[in-house]
Design a protein around this ligand. Structure first.
Ligand code: ZN
Length: 79
């Protein structure tokens, strides 16, 4: 799906959240860097990442809190 914002668009919130978590793992972002949450777009109706959210995405936050994000990032580094 193409959007005038030029951002990647995901058809559901769940898909966007999964992609958000994935990008944190693959790009090895510290918790406060990279996209922080997802939002529904007023132009295309799809879901995009935002880096300017006041509040971190709940699924992402839980992975950070439980140490899961760091574990996955480290596992990837040693591949
Ligand atoms: Zn859009």
């Amino acid at each position: 799906m193409k959007c005038q914002t030029g951002k990647n668009s995901y058809s559901t919130k769940s898909l966007a959240e999964t992609a958000l978590i994935d990008i944190h793992i693959h790009r090895n972002f510290p918790p406060d860097q990279g996209p922080q949450n997802v939002y529904q777009c007023e132009f295309c109706g799809g879901w995009h990442f935002t880096s300017k959210s006041q509040k971190r995405n709940v699924r992402l936050q839980e992975m950070i809190d439980f140490g899961e994000m760091r574990r996955l990032q480290q596992a990837r580094r040693w591949e």
